[in-house]
Design a protein around this ligand. Structure first.
Ligand SMILES: C[S@@+](CC[C@H](N)C(=O)[O-])C[C@H]1O[C@@H](n2cnc3c(N)ncnc32)[C@H](O)[C@@H]1O
Length: 204
């Protein structure tokens, strides 16, 4: 079988590679755009579903996709175990389409899988599917010449340039923006990442 991401193997077992606790940014987004009837969330590259399922538990209608069959299988199981329904399926960040509009769109650890030729079109799509006064959260790994490539760097991942992510949101209201270097233990070998993060609101 030819696979495009090593996560297909890393997600095979019953244990959760990323754990099941939600990322901190989920509560930040909940604070900015609290759940109410019918509010819709899109999780791009949902992995094994820890964030998507948490948002569904908070009351949002959640759509989530990932390139891996194993990730989606575990996302759906986690949702069922926690008594919530989410719309989770296999799709590709490079080519995905949807006819829904969302109040919150987020993607963590996945934007660097966009092929260069798809970056502009992807963020234009994000602009079209985010409702007015909706929020987005994105992060991406960025290249620093003094940091080595992480040991679990994946087949189709590509480092972005520092600040590049921010350039796709010139007309949005920025609520948070940062670039940090942090230590990561994923894959069992301590290593460092540099990451750019943005949270912004669609104003027009
Ligand atoms: C660093 S993990 C983050 C997973 C999840 N967002 C989380 O934080 O737990 C990166 C994810 O991107 C997914 N991925 C890789 N290539 C992809 C693609 N072309 N389209 C969608 N997802 C992809 C992987 O399967 C993996 O789940």
């Amino acid at each position: 079988m030819s696979i495009r991401t090593n996560y297909e193997k890393w997600y095979e077992g019953d244990e959760f590679y990323w754990g099941t606790d939600p990322a901190d940014f989920c509560d930040i987004l909940i604070g900015l755009c609290p759940p109410s009837s019918g509010k819709k969330v899109l999780d791009i590259g949902c992995g094994e579903g820890k964030d998507a399922v948490y948002m569904a538990q908070k009351g949002y209608e959640v759509t989530a996709f990932d390139l891996t069959d194993n990730g989606i299988r575990k996302t759906l199981k986690l949702a069922a175990d926690r008594g919530v329904k989410i719309d989770a399926y296999v799709d590709d960040i490079n080519t995905f389409g949807t006819d829904k509009m969302f109040d919150i769109v987020y993607s963590t650890g996945t934007v660097q899988y966009l092929f260069d030729e798809n970056k502009k079109g992807f963020f234009e799509k994000i602009g079209r599917i985010t409702k007015k006064n909706g929020f987005v959260y994105f992060n991406v790994f960025v290249d620093k010449p003094f940091l080595e490539l992480p040991p679990d760097w994946d087949i189709e991942e590509k480092m972005w340039k520092s600040g590049e992510l921010f350039s796709f949101f010139p007309d949005w209201k920025v609520h948070h923006i940062d670039e940090i270097i942090f230590e990561d233990l994923s894959g069992g070998i301590p290593h460092f990442h540099c990451m750019d993060t943005i949270i912004c609101e669609k104003m027009v």
